[in-house]
Design a binder for this molecule. Structure first.
Ligand code: PLP
Length: 369
């Protein structure tokens, strides 16, 4: 099978899985001793390594199970009152939108979602769009660092600064960004950043990271309660009861693997793979490449829309007839197409096979029966 949906979740390298398995065996020898006494302290090494990679103080990093948990901690833990507005886009992640909608029902906050064209004219356009939609009631802006649809990178720093000047909090959904392309916390200047580690870090499935700026930690309620004495402690967000140390502790091995490639080289390779298939297909009839070509605004995630083709049907056909695994994305009333995400292990032959099959289908003008 050709896996072109590495955006969903990515396979761990063997060295990471071996580490995870080794820890799993150790913790099962006598969990209350080996897990709690021997393996659990390793979380501090994970915190230090993640902090170095993200460019912050370890006391600002919580280890979670995924981006959803990281973001929901902030979304649900922030003090908001009825009538307060949260500004986001209609291309933000559905689960995060669902979370805000639950707060609408429960707390009477108001969610406002703006639309933007793909690709947008520029990053400044996106920054201005958010600024123009701020109202006196806006208390939070929620944006993706890179969207999970067309892979659009947002001008996070600009939006954070604009918001801070107005007393607005910004939550950055970095589910796809961390370890896909190079950046540090200071490049974003954000207060809250949530990401999965089972996407681009290639860490064990079920691992995530939450960054909360030190001064903001006391202002966020943890999703699962923690004692009052932990009010200022980032570890209050990890008070989730018994859970495996084997996945979490193997994050360090994934970081070592990631750093041994180097994030700059990785991003270059991912952009190369994306361009390799999209450059072949972009001039064919009815084809629209909806990711930006600007390297500041795009990386691994590519998006192809073809006039007259139903995206979910096309994705199903590619899988059933050619064992090519993609995602059909539909943004109702706006656009539809295939999201294509290779990874560092994706071969040129795999990308070319995808392009060959697509070229034939596009030239034919319809899916073979
Ligand atoms: C933009 C975005 N945010 C959040 C998530 C949630 O990630 P997870 O399912 O790992 O919690 C995803 C998952 O694909 C995503 O693409």
């Amino acid at each position: 099978m050709i896996n072109l949906n590495n955006g969903g979740v990515a396979p761990s390298p063997k060295i990471v899985m071996d580490t995870e398995k080794r820890y799993l065996e150790i913790e099962n020898m006598n969990p209350s001793y080996y897990m709690w006494n021997v393996l659990d302290p390793g979380i501090e090494t994970v915190r230090r390594r993640l902090a170095r990679s993200f460019g912050c103080d370890p006391e600002e990093i919580a280890i979670t199970r995924n981006a959803s948990e990281s973001l929901e901690i902030v979304q649900l833990g922030m003090e908001l009152k009825a009538g307060d507005e949260v500004l986001t886009t209609n291309q933000d992640y559905p689960r995060m939108i669902t979370t805000w909608k639950q707060r609408e029902r429960r707390d009477g906050i108001v969610l406002r979602q703006v639309k933007f064209p793909v690709p947008p004219p520029s990053m400044d356009y996106l920054a201005k769009l958010m600024e123009d939609n701020v109202t006196p009631k806006t208390k939070v802006i929620h944006i993706c660092h890179i969207t999970n649809r067309t892979g659009q990178i947002f001008p996070v720093k600009k939006i954070c600064r604009m918001a801070r000047a107005r007393g607005i909090e910004v939550i950055v959904d970095g589910a796809h960004a961390f370890a896909q392309f190079p950046f540090k916390q200071e490049d974003l200047d954000c207060d809250y950043y949530g990401t999965s580690l089972h996407k681009w870090v290639l860490a064990p499935i079920g691992t995530g990271m939450l960054y909360v700026k030190k001064s903001k930690i006391p202002t966020i309620w943890p999703m699962m309660p923690a004692p009052d004495s932990m009010q200022d402690n980032i570890r209050k967000f990890e008070e989730i009861g018994t859970h495996p140390a084997s996945q979490r502790n193997a994050i360090t091995e994934a970081l070592t693997f990631h750093e041994s490639i180097g994030v700059d080289r990785k991003a270059e390779r991912l952009r190369y793979l994306r361009k390799r298939w999209s450059n072949r297909l972009r001039e064919l009839p009815g084809v629209k490449i909806l990711n930006s070509e600007d390297p500041e605004q795009s990386c691994a995630i590519g998006f192809i829309s073809i006039d007259g083709f139903d995206a979910p049907k096309l994705s199903k056909y590619l899988w059933e007839k050619h064992r090519i695994w993609t995602v059909g994305v539909v943004t109702e009333g706006e656009y539809q197409g295939l999201r294509i995400t290779p990874n560092v292990y994706t071969t040129l032959e795999e990308v070319d096979t995808f392009a060959d099959v697509m070229e034939k289908i596009i030239k034919r003008g319809s899916l073979p029966a």
